[in-house]
Write a protein that binds this ligand. Structure first.
Ligand code: HEM
Length: 405
């Protein structure tokens, strides 16, 4: 699938970008397409650069936005539980209303009855991705729950807290502007209030838009370059690993989302010297290059040994343990850093997408649980799994397939 991305760089809209934007609007907007609010008939802009905040990502399309979309700077994850008296019809009304909100907000328009539509005027690539927990699917179509939509197995190193546990509904709100995120989240929570209660809200961040060149791999708060080896959106490999090919019909073209809130213990991490910190992962802190290579995207040589006969990338290194010999055991990582200044806890909102979490995520997590020196400095404190339906066309809503049998 093509993903025009013109206009994300904060520079002037190029002629190609303007044409693409017009063309994209004309075909009903591909998922993930970044469009400028301009038309193909507009002349080449000559004034100051258009603000990046005008960039928007269509809510409508065959896939939900916020998965293949190049990660925005900020995320707010809203974990909601359905009220006991919300029936299938209530869920339908809820999803339809939220979908209408997201469609408008993504275009830079206020939601219906938005008291602060001015805050919506800067979408800054706003996306809202819907994930359904088992509870929601059971409420609507108990026979259509995918087998994998259940709690992950227990892992020895986990210290899960129920306050960060599974919810019925997840809304992943992403934008390059934190004011936009706050406004969108407020609107969505307002409109969800009749049918849900908030279980948790988790905020995450990457570097601000424009701080680094587009395409730079993110750094986590341990200082590591994090996200180097990841399936590339738009490739057959990605499509195969991420989009659901079997399972219930309502999920065809959808995916699954695993969320792990992983606390990092920076005080003890900082006691390690640099070579030790690099050995734990198997990559250099300076540029993310593997210990056996020279630049970030060099393939690690897991067989290489040092003068003493020891493997350069140790048996316990995170990248060795995270990599499977089975190419089916891979996921697409799209996580964010988090920090709770009040408690001092910080870490990673580890988010990954894959067609089947049991087939793809669990084997990786099992290997890490068995042996990964990084476990000394990281602890999963929250965990949840969601079914992520395909996208919807204008006038539809995400998850509508649940009502179509
Ligand atoms: C706080 C926890 C974690 C930290 C700090 C962390 C950090 C890193 C870093 C620095 C890399 C190397 C660069 C890269 O390719 O991205 C990496 C690779 C990787 N991590 Fe993690 N990670 C964490 C948790 C996890 C978890 C929970 C999983 C999945 C179960 C995972 C799966 C992977 C995979 C698949 C790779 C690529 C391995 C390869 O080279 O083939 N990581 N991680």
């Amino acid at each position: 699938m093509s993903r025009p991305r013109e206009g994300t760089g904060g520079g002037r809209w190029s002629r190609r970008g303007v044409l693409l934007a017009g063309a994209t609007a004309g075909v009903g907007a591909l998922s993930g397409a970044v469009v400028a609010r301009s038309t193909a008939t507009e002349p080449e802009p000559t004034g100051p650069p258009r603000p990046h905040g005008e960039g928007s990502v269509s809510f409508h399309g065959t896939r939900q936005a916020g998965i293949e979309t190049p990660p925005q700077a900020n995320v707010r994850l809203l974990g909601l539980d359905l009220n006991a008296d919300t029936d299938a019809e209530g869920v339908r009304r809820l999803l339809s209303l939220l979908g209408d909100d997201v469609a408008r907000l993504s275009r830079g328009e206020g939601a219906l009855a938005d008291t602060e539509p001015e805050l919506a005027a800067v979408p800054a690539r706003l996306t809202v991705t819907f994930g359904f927990g088992r509870g929601l699917v059971e409420r609507v179509a108990p026979d259509a729950v995918p087998a994998w939509l259940t709690d992950l197995p227990g892992f020895d190193h986990d210290a899960l807290r129920s306050e960060w546990g599974q919810t019925d509904l997840l809304l992943q709100v992403c934008s390059d502007d934190p004011v936009t995120v706050a406004h969108a989240a407020r609107v969505l929570l307002r409109d969800a209030r009749a049918h849900t209660r908030v279980r948790w809200i988790q905020d995450g961040f990457r570097r601000a838009h424009g701080s680094e060149r587009d395409g730079t791999t993110m750094r986590n708060l341990m200082g590591q370059v994090d996200g180097t080896v990841n399936p590339a959106p738009g490739t057959e490999d990605f499509d195969h690993l991420v989009w659901s090919e079997d399972g219930p019909g309502w999920l065809a073209g959808g995916t699954s989302l695993v969320l792990r809130r992983i606390a990092t213990h920076l005080d003890t991490w900082e006691e390690l010297d640099r070579p030790a910190r690099e050995a734990v992962v198997g990559r250099r802190l300076a540029d993310g290059s593997p210990l056996t290579g020279e630049s970030e995207h060099d393939a690690p040589d897991f067989a290489a040994t040092d003068a003493g006969g020891l493997t350069v990338i140790a048996d316990f290194a995170h990248i060795r343990r995270a990599r499977s010999e089975d190419p089916e055991e891979r996921v697409f990582r799209r996580g964010y850093n988090y920090e709770d200044p009040a408690s001092g806890e910080s870490g990673l909102l580890f988010v990954c997408f894959q067609s089947d979490p049991v087939r793809r995520f669990v084997p990786i997590q099992r290997r890490l649980d068995e042996l990964d020196l990084l476990n000394e400095w990281v602890t999963a404190v929250g965990s949840a799994v969601y079914a992520v339906p395909p996208g919807c066309a204008e006038g539809g809503f995400v998850g509508e397939g649940l009502w179509k049998g």
